[in-house]
Ligand binder design. Structure first.
Ligand code: G3P
Length: 214
């Protein structure tokens, strides 16, 4: 399973990179806004920081605008894939971009039929937003299960990025389902490493070490 970090913050990306487990980065306009600097400047900095794929989102919502923006974003660095919203013009744009060799991450996916459409259009990645589905009282992980089953049934190569992850259980379930990628916010990255029994056990070992005769 590949692990991406869902952030535009270079310090957070470096911390995850230093763990040696970082496979890529996803961003969106909300995450870039938190940095407080120009959009493309931040994306360029992020793309230079990592070797793996980096998702950069278009702002246009019409076909021509999305394709134009995607071509510009893809030029920033060759590890950039373009995040396209799961709307009709978006799927048209995905088809065009695929024919030009530009990778896409179809975003704001909330059910498995939308994901089927994205795969048929030629999306490189599909991003179901699990936390936001849970937020409205539905089961985000059921959507991931369905997408995985549908993609396996028909041999689609579109990779599933489990997104809008809010807690470690989301990651465990994504891994059990066999999702290709989980994109994880920094605070959850920290939570998945930490365990109180590890800290208690470590403190006890250090305490006992001090009592060993020198
Ligand atoms: O990758 C998508 C993610 O950034 C959305 O997360 O927490 O805003 O639903 P959230």
């Amino acid at each position: 399973m590949k692990l991406f970090i869902d952030t535009a913050d270079i310090a957070e990306i470096r911390r995850a990179k230093d763990l040696g487990i970082l496979d890529g980065v996803t961003t969106n306009p909300t995450l870039v806004r938190k940095i407080g600097r120009p959009y493309r400047e931040v994306l360029s900095e992020v793309a230079k920081e990592v070797d793996g794929p980096v998702s950069a989102e278009v702002i246009s919502i019409d076909y021509e605008g999305m394709v134009r923006e995607a071509r510009e974003l893809a030029k920033i660095r060759d590890n950039i894939n373009v995040k396209i919203p799961l709307i009709e013009d978006g799927l048209r744009a995905v088809r065009t971009l695929k024919s030009e060799g530009i990778s896409t991450n179809v975003t704001l996916c909330f059910n498995s039929i939308q994901a089927l459409m994205a795969a048929k259009s030629g999306a490189t990645y599909i991003s179901p937003f699990i936390g936001r589905i849970d937020d409205i009282g539905a089961e985000g992980m059921e959507v991931v299960e369905e997408i995985a089953a549908i993609y396996a049934n028909y041999g689609f190569e579109t990779e599933i990025i489990v997104a809008s992850i809010r807690n470690p259980l989301h990651i465990k379930h994504a891994a059990l389902i066999g999702a290709d990628i989980a994109t994880i916010p920094f605070d959850v990255f920290q939570k998945i490493i930490k365990h109180p029994l590890t800290d208690i056990g470590l403190a006890k070992f250090l305490e006992d070490y001090k009592k060993i005769p020198k």
